[in-house]
Design a protein around this ligand. Structure first.
Ligand code: ATP
Ligand code: MG
Length: 575
């Protein structure tokens, strides 16, 4: 059971798609999610995944997963595997798995075509010179002295670039567009560069690699993508995107891509429309891959799936649900307005989903002993507890009960503050599912710390007895000490203690804002039914929050739980 309802894409992109289908511009829509395998996916990527797969699902189209693997020096198979795992975990299935590197031959032939059309040339300027010639936002650029090479000379040089004759950085292939264009992206952008590096997919086959704009636009067209959704920073690249698609014109030049069809990759080129939307940002975290890589490589966290990380692997291990994450991005919506969303909105969505799906259990994370003196020491019962207060389909379970219990230390106060309704000397409280106990005696250890509370149970107040509805203000949870299973419980909190850890205007970087209290490990006691959880089972420990059995470390014999979220937003009052 989940709180999910079918997602309707009510935002402006959903509207465009709806119109394109209604007008007959497209019979079927095709989208894609194009990660670069240079890091793990994070919550921001999940926004793009939900959008692209969400549209394909709602409008009965398809969505590809495409690795944008054109920059081999930063890429790794570990990331390729992790990305597939994470996308699946989020609940999406791709129509086809593609790689930009599947198209390297097509890109190469397309580049030759552009040279023959006289709209691309080989340039010998160094990277620094290219920058100098490019001009600025207020000044036009200047033509490279190599811009007017003949077509034959360009063909020869580009083929020799491909043959590996030239050193890294010594030559580029550039589009011949307009060095005076107002949009700097159109000032003869590079299409290819020389890079003699090993590629995780194509090995050492290529000494040249295509640039992002060229490879991305042609990959979209090759896959028949109808709506190419990207984040706002690519708005200024759109004219170049369109230029590449139009000049190469794959649809009318099947020779360029026949090799894909022969290799079993169905190809029906389209003229894709690029549409930009704003990035998803969250406070109290960082989402740039560079920073996430640093956190991992400098051991500031325990790896990519540290439960405090905003990576999909991290939030999964933390116990967030895929449905909660999808609900969150659905609520946030899609627009062109840049904004930062409060982490509590995500936590709220996860909490809401968990409320419907997490069975209830009893656990005590800061235990103090409570002994019921008016029951025989050997007394033992099995109580029946519902697994979910609002959903009978969860059934019931047996909870062992005995006169020796663990309760939460903070549920007792020797000098109770105003409004304290739990246990105090001579006071009464209800033990969840048992009855009312009165605290007769407080025993302390040598340090003056409370070590045991001796209580009498009002037998008339026991569940099922006529006096069961006698009112007391507080109800507390407990576990039976002889039956309880010791458990390691990790109490996670936000990784950063600043709302905007990226803001370094005060001279402090995100590394200075790591929340020292973001992980606390406690030794707790849980009822046997909680210990029996399978890895990744999510439970509500009553009154404490939602917890997940750790996906690596938990075993029913030695339980390890991570706190997913507290039951209420504990940050709201601090804001
Ligand atoms: P970085 O700049 O940190 O390397 P990226 O955006 O380049 O990240 P990619 O792997 O290229 O990372 O992203 C894959 C897809 O996910 C792209 O379409 C990108 O626009 C989208 N994406 C990345 N971050 C976000 C975000 N915060 N919100 C929405 N979409 C995002
Ligand atoms: Mg990118």
């Amino acid at each position: 059971m989940s709180t999910e309802t079918p997602v309707l894409q009510q935002h402006f992109i959903g509207q465009i798609v709806r119109e394109d289908l209604a007008s007959g511009k497209h019979k079927v829509i095709h989208t894609r999610f194009p990660p670069e395998p240079n890091g793990y996916l994070h919550l921001g990527h999940a926004k793009s995944i939900c959008l692209n797969y969400g549209l394909a699902t709602e409008f009965a189209g398809t969505c590809n997963l495409r690795f944008d693997d054109t920059n081999p020096s930063k890429e790794d198979v570990e990331y390729v595997d992790a990305i597939q795992r994470d996308v699946k975990w989020l609940g999406f299935e791709w129509a086809e798995l593609r790689h930009a590197s599947d198209y390297f031959d097509v890109f190469y032939r397309s580049a030759l075509k552009l040279i023959r059309l006289g709209v691309a040339y080989v340039d010998d300027l160094s990277a620094e010179e290219v920058r100098e010639y490019r001009g600025t936002l207020t000044e036009p650029g200047r033509n490279s002295p190599y811009r007017d090479r003949t077509i034959d000379e360009n063909l020869d040089l580009f083929q020799r670039m491909r043959a590996g004759e030239f050193a890294d950085g010594s030559k580029t292939l550039r589009a011949k567009i307009d060095m005076t264009a107002g949009n700097i992206n159109l000032r003869d952008p590079a299409l290819y560069r020389v890079r003699k590096v090993h590629h995780q997919n194509t090995g050492d086959a290529w000494p040249i690699y295509p640039m992002y704009d060229f490879a991305h636009s042609l990959s979209d067209a090759l896959e028949g993508i109808t709506h190419s959704l990207c984040t706002l920073e690519f708005e200024d690249h759109r004219p170049l995107y369109d230029w590449c698609v139009d000049k190469v014109d794959l649809a009318h030049d099947p020779e360029l891509w026949q090799s894909l069809v022969d290799a079993g990759l169905p190809t029906t080129p389209s003229k894709p429309r690029q549409i930009e939307f704003s990035r998803g940002n969250l406070n109290y975290t960082v989402m740039s891959k560079r920073k996430l890589i640093t956190l991992v490589s400098e051991n500031l966290v325990d790896g990519w799936d540290d439960p405090r990380m905003p990576t999909i692997a991290g939030v999964r291990r933390r116990g967030f649900t895929a449905a909660g994450i999808r609900l969150f991005w659905e609520r946030v919506g899609v627009s062109k307005q840049n904004s930062t969303i409060d982490m509590s909105v995500l936590e709220g969505a996860v909490r809401e989903d968990l409320d419907g799906v997490a069975p209830r259990r009893l656990a005590v994370i800061d235990p103090v002993k409570l002994v019921i003196t008016n029951l025989d020491a050997a007394h033992h019962e099995s109580l029946t507890f519902p697994n979910h207060p609002k959903d009978e389909s969860f059934g019931t379970r047996s909870v062992p009960f005995s006169p020796e219990l663990w309760i939460e230390r903070e549920d007792f106060a020797e000098i109770p503050p105003k409004g304290f309704h739990r246990l105090k000397p001579e006071g009464e409280v209800r033990l969840r599912g048992v009855g009312i106990v009165k605290c007769d005696e407080v025993i302390k250890d040598a340090n003056g710390e409370v070590s045991e509370l001796r209580c009498t149970l009002d037998l008339e107040s026991r569940t099922g007895m006529p006096g069961a509805d006698r009112k007391v203000k507080g109800t507390i949870h407990w576990v039976s000490a002889p039956d309880a299973v010791p458990a390691v419980v990790r109490l996670y909190d936000r990784l950063f203690d600043a709302a905007d850890p990226d803001d370094d205007s005060d001279g402090k970087t995100y590394k200075d804002h790591i929340n020292p209290h973001s992980r606390r490990v406690v030794h707790a006691y849980v009822e046997p039914a909680a210990a029996a959880a399978a890895r990744e089972d999510r439970l509500q420990f009553e009154r404490l929050g939602y917890f997940v059995a750790d996906m690596h470390d938990h075993t029913p014999g030695t339980p390890v739980f991570n706190r997913v979220v507290t039951l209420r937003d504990s940050w709201a009052k601090q804001a």
